[in-house]
Design a protein around this ligand. Structure first.
Ligand SMILES: [Cu+2]
Length: 66
């Protein structure tokens, strides 16, 4: 199973974490989402493409910086 780690700017609280998780879990092929607010990291496992993940995060209102 593929694993993608994305650096996301703008997540500051539990609400942000939930919003990003919800956006990503709605994508076909996403198995699991872990958000680390301290590291500003989102770890996604599954078969969805990185571009697709980044697009969903941006649409939820956060910036993908890497
Ligand atoms: Cu927040």
């Amino acid at each position: 199973m593929a694993k993608a780690i994305l650096k996301v700017e703008g997540m500051s609280c539990n609400h942000c974490r939930m919003a990003v998780e919800k956006a990503l879990k709605g994508i076909n092929g996403v198995e699991n989402v872990q958000v680390d607010l301290d590291k500003k990291e989102v770890v996604v496992t599954g078969s969805a493409s990185r571009d697709h993940l980044a697009k969903a995060i941006k649409e939820a209102g956060y910036d993908v910086i890497g």
